[in-house]
Design a protein around this ligand. Structure first.
Ligand code: A2P
Length: 318
């Protein structure tokens, strides 16, 4: 199974190129290397501040007949400052202009957290909206309009827990089709995965390699390393895979899509080469018993003292 299948039969290749943290000046080449090496899925977001450069790379790939538009799956995400009904479609149209596309394959609400229009990262209490100002159901309605307007083929969410998914599903005409969340052996998210599986919501794992290139300002001192974890390394050494391939295969084995980020030609190819790898029951068991529990993208930047949101609004206890 090298693709996930949506309810209407559309397929999403199970490995995509992540572009969070890919710098302008690097992401253009990374996207072209990825397409050249066989990637047919690129994961983007407006807040990554590099969609224009991704768009120039896609334009080149189409012009040079490396790939046709209908052969590649492109995801992007709605930023927190465009959650009001009237702001959703304009935000998607801006992303389409930047990516130089007529439509997206998948559009996601990036976070269940709202900022006032035009705010990048809220720095004061006044720059936030609360859930009573802008309910998630309102944002979801805007997402549904995007499908009806033909701007995206599928819609979903990112960083949503079970209660937020349930809330949206109550009023939705179209149920969320995807939840993109942090997922790896330090954060298996078993309850969320079960809930999504039972409700026909596909999953994509972000930060599958532990996002070691996050800026120092959002890192904790002494973070555990996934790539250097003893059990991951033991499986890699025994199977002849790289630690990154073991981590990618961990999600693939669970039927979950993965979007490893790389701007390095060899690592881009190496990550895609994990496409057909599935781990044995024994190795999956060893990874599930790793004993280290860690969330790299804590969400604490949206839940500080000035924010109306608490960490308990974002994550449920496993
Ligand atoms: P680089 O872009 O230089 O390849 P995540 O996908 O969890 O956010 O992790 C991205 C980080 O992992 C980046 O620092 C990226 O560096 C690195 N990385 C990507 N692929 C590999 C790989 N195959 N082996 C080791 N590190 C990798």
């Amino acid at each position: 199974m090298n693709a996930l299948t949506f309810k209407n039969g559309d397929k999403m290749p199970i490995i995509g190129l992540g572009t969070w943290k890919s710098k302008p000046g690097e992401v253009y080449q990374a996207v072209l290397w990825a397409i050249e090496s066989g990637y047919r899925h690129i994961d983007c977001a407006a807040i990554y501040d590099n969609e224009k450069e991704v768009g120039i790379a896609l334009e080149k790939a189409f012009k040079d007949n490396m790939v046709k538009r209908e052969e590649i799956f492109i995801t992007s995400k709605l930023w927190n400052s465009c959650h009001r009904l009237e702001d959703v479609q304009p935000a998607l149209k801006k992303t389409l202009r930047d990516l130089k596309l007529d439509y997206l394959d998948l559009y996601l609400i990036h976070w269940p957290v709202s900022f006032k229009h035009g705010v990048g990262f809220a720095q004061t209490r006044e720059e936030y909206y609360t859930y009573s100002d802008v309910p998630l159901s309102q944002t979801w309605e805007g997402m549904e309009h995007c499908i009806n307007a033909g701007l995206t083929k599928h819609i979903g969410v990112s960083n949503f827990n079970i209660s937020k998914l349930t809330e949206i599903m109550k009023s939705a005409s179209l149920a969320p089709e995807m939840n993109q969340v942090e997922l790896h052996p330090f954060l298996p998210q078993n309850k969320l995965v079960d809930f999504c599986n039972k409700n026909g919501i596909l999953l994509t794992a972000y930060s599958p390699l532990g996002s070691g290139d996050r800026s120092a300002s959002i890192k904790m001192p002494d973070e555990p390393s996934l790539l250097e974890n003893k059990i991951v390394r033991e499986i890699a050494d025994r199977t002849g895979l790289s630690p990154a391939q073991v981590l990618i295969a961990y999600s693939l084995t669970r039927g979950i899509a993965v979007i490893p980020k790389s701007v390095n030609k060899e690592r881009i190819s190496q990550n895609l080469a994990a496409m057909d790898i599935r781990l044995s029951t024994q190795d999956m068991k060893a990874l599930s018993q790793i004993g280290t529990s860690f969330r790299y993208v804590s969400g604490s930047f949206f839940t500080g003292a000035i924010s109306p949101y608490r960490l308990s609004d974002l994550w449920e206890q496993e």
